[in-house]
Design a protein around this ligand. Structure first.
Ligand SMILES: [Zn+2]
Ligand SMILES: [Zn+2]
Length: 177
């Protein structure tokens, strides 16, 4: 998996701008996490400013833009999602011995005592947050027929619609005496 550790000590106190466009940062992770995504028509690109806050914390601000393809939650057809998100994060190294209890942080002290930021993890999380929880190719997507598996957006099927309109169910059970 592509890694991208940025040492805070390499960044001047007034910050530095970075640009990340290596697609494997995102693609390696969506494969790793079993997410059903594919590259979109626009490459993903992040522009980030890292501002060290002392030796063990940093402000990380930036934007992530591009597109990815994910399957529609109803009909499973992959469709293009535009990504245009910005973020403003404060990352802090957990206190010694509290790494376990600490909230998710992307800063670590490596074996040489260098405090470094896991930019790949951060950029992956920003993409994951930018994606809809239930992606729909369109608001009116008809989905897949549970009976025959046809994509109802492109085909009709003859399966009985036995569910019917639930609001009418009350009338169906009425018996005329
Ligand atoms: Zn759909
Ligand atoms: Zn059907």
């Amino acid at each position: 998996m592509s890694e991208l550790w940025v040492a805070l000590s390499d960044i001047p106190a007034d910050g530095r701008e970075f640009s990340f466009a290596d697609q494997s940062i995102w693609q390696d992770r969506w494969k790793e996490f079993g997410m059903n995504a594919a590259p979109g028509e626009k490459n993903l690109e992040a522009n980030v400013t890292i501002l060290p806050q002392g030796d063990e914390a940093a402000l990380v601000r930036g934007t992530l833009k591009g597109s990815v393809k994910v399957p529609c939650d109803r009909c499973a057809t992959p469709y293009e999602i535009e990504i245009d998100t910005s973020f403003d994060l404060y990352e802090e190294l957990p206190a010694e011995g509290e790494e376990e209890e600490a909230e998710e942080t992307r800063l670590r002290k490596n074996d040489n005592g260098v405090v470094e930021l896991d930019m790949a993890a951060l950029l992956w999380e920003e993409l994951a947050l930018a994606l809809p929880i239930k992606p729909l190719c369109s608001d009116g997507c008809k989905g897949i027929c549970p009976g025959c598996g046809r994509d109802l957006n492109t085909e009709e099927c003859a399966c009985p619609q036995d569910e019917g309109d639930p609001r009418l169910a009350v009338f169906r059970d009425l018996k005329i005496k």
